[in-house]
Design a protein around this ligand. Sequence first.
Ligand SMILES: Nc1ncnc2c1ncn2[C@@H]1O[C@H](COP(=O)(O)OP(=O)(O)OP(=O)(O)O)[C@@H](O)[C@H]1O
Ligand SMILES: N[C@@H](CCO)C(=O)O
Length: 354
Amino acid sequence: MSTSFTINVPATSANIGPGFDVMGLSLSLYLTVKARVDPQQPTTPTNISLVYEGENSSGLSLDPNTNLITRTSLYVLACSGHQGFPHPTTVAVNNRIPLGRGLGSSGAAVVAGVLLANAIASLNLSQQRMLDYCLMIEHHPDNVAAALVGGFVASYLIDVDRSGNIPESEADPAVVQQKQREQMAAAADDSVKLPPDNIGHFLRLECSPKIKAIAIIPQFELATSKARAALPGTYKTQDVRLAVLTTALGRETPDPWLIYRAMEDKVHQPYRMHLIPGLPEILATFNPDNTPGLLGICLSGAGPTILALAVSNFDEIAAKICAIIDRQPSIDLPTDYKVLDIVSEGASCVESSL
Ligand SMILES: Nc1ncnc2c1ncn2[C@@H]1O[C@H](COP(=O)(O)OP(=O)(O)OP(=O)(O)O)[C@@H](O)[C@H]1O
Ligand SMILES: N[C@@H](CCO)C(=O)O
């Protein structure tokens, strides 16, 4: 008899305007990972055979030591004294989250990797401990916290020494491979770097069920590392104003202008404008008076996806925003969009016996 696990992790939109590195919404678009433990298969050092199905698979490494999902699992396992998966396992990934577009694809991959290790080696990690592991790989909590727990989530990270290295979710594959080799070697002599306890904290906030998320997805990738490199090191105190948003989205009947103003941002969007053709015009053009149903517009995560929150007229709003992007000289391919629910359930793992 073999055992299977099915892991589902939602896409996320981080920041929601001024909530830079703090706020996240989980969305009805999923990364699915199926793992089948197959003791009949020949053993290998990692015991992983990795396959990708569905869209978004080309260009991703199938080397278990390099792929973000499986190398996250291998790190978690190494911390528990396992070198590789306990038994030969086929890991099949079906990813619906566009890569490098600001919809939390890397955060979802990291969360999936942690859940996979937890299931495959029966580690019984708590949700809090799983967040600690996620934060060793992706150093900002907004995407991973929302993907893990679901809904509208505020989170913060305790300043902790992770050896000053750049997040592994953003690192060059060669650097990652070297680090992975070191971790595997360290696992053998018991010195692998465990996450400190409770490095991330989160709070679930109310979000009105009337609100949907329109993700307007330009057809080019923008690496988070590049979008973060555009940010300044210091801010003026008057630029930081998150407080209103945390309650504005939770009101049973959303107040469009309250949310619209609460989503205006001076922390990251002004510095990233030049990376997203059409964004300045979009922010200057649409508001709740001239666009019925619209609540607010912001950059989703590090971009280039633009997030519009709305209560009605979803396709009309999306079409108008797409039209502005599509007439920018540097845009070659028509912009895509998806009308998504804000889902209250986060990542899940279901076990079945075959
Ligand atoms: N399902 C996946 N399997 C393996 N690697 C993935 C997967 N999803 C994302 N990645 C890795 O993460 C990279 C994208 O991460 P990046 O942080 O740049 O964008 P994002 O997470 O989609 O956007 P944001 O963080 O702004 O929401 C991909 O190029 C790939 O290397
Ligand atoms: N808060 C992060 C989200 C992207 O992963 C950023 O804006 O850089």
